[in-house]
Design a protein around this ligand. Sequence first.
Ligand SMILES: NC(=O)c1ccc[n+]([C@@H]2O[C@H](COP(=O)([O-])OP(=O)(O)OC[C@H]3O[C@@H](n4cnc5c(N)ncnc54)[C@H](OP(=O)(O)O)[C@@H]3O)[C@@H](O)[C@H]2O)c1
Length: 247
Amino acid sequence: MTQQQNFLVIGAAGGIGNDLSRRIVAAGHRVLLCGRNREPLERLGAELQQPVEVFNATDWNATSAAVDRCVDEFGKLDGVVNLAGSLILKPAHLTSAEDWRETVDQNLTTALGLVRAAAPTMRKSGGGSIVLLSSGAAAIGLPNHEAIAAVKAGIEGLVRSAAATYAAAAVRVNAIAPGLTRTPLTERVWANERGAEASRAMHALGRLGEPADIASAIFWLLSPDQSWITAQTIAVDGGLSTIKMGK
Ligand SMILES: NC(=O)c1ccc[n+]([C@@H]2O[C@H](COP(=O)([O-])OP(=O)(O)OC[C@H]3O[C@@H](n4cnc5c(N)ncnc54)[C@H](OP(=O)(O)O)[C@@H]3O)[C@@H](O)[C@H]2O)c1
């Protein structure tokens, strides 16, 4: 049996986070379940018998405190995941300054805040795995995705640089780039049949993603079974970013 590992997941009660947290616990590991809203986190924490930390991950001090709590309670931190994010579907000319700041904050500020808190801690304890979330929209030009494509491309740059900085300490840094996945974040896109059908048609495998498709890939990146992957963004997107279907 693999040795028990200790993880921190931001956005643990969300669509992908819920599935990921269940996988982590089912495999015998421990996880600090983090997010903004107390009620869904506490429900999940009670069910999985895992601790909960409620904070907004745009606040770097709060993220650092959550990392410190893991070390205090678990003894060691083996992996962290940032699932905080957002979805904005607007062309550049309709994107307000507030939309933009919110998109940067929710995606990039939360991601850098986690890297800067967790990487030094893992460096001290002999290594670990950091997983961030990009998007298929960073790799292929989709209309009305300017702001989210820009910040998710930023995540991919962050992954490569942080992977270089911390590689000597065996801290791996990678991202998963999902296609459209059926979670609360994207419900407004897939909840109506017209939107769902148009989205399905963009994914060569002919269906939308499920949280398990993404969570299983994140779990694999966290796992000590693989320890030779770093600086990568792995597309888990049913072909969205690389296959153009002919009619
Ligand atoms: N679903 C997709 O199709 C898709 C595609 C490409 C990329 N992604 C990326 O995958 C990640 C997870 O997405 P998801 O679909 O699982 O979204 P989700 O269902 O909305 O889950 C996100 C979770 O993060 C929490 N969260 C949001 N902002 C936070 C903050 N500032 N501080 C702390 N917690 C915060 C949310 O809690 P509350 O909102 O309740 O506070 C929620 O529990 C995101 O980065 C997203 O951009 C998703």
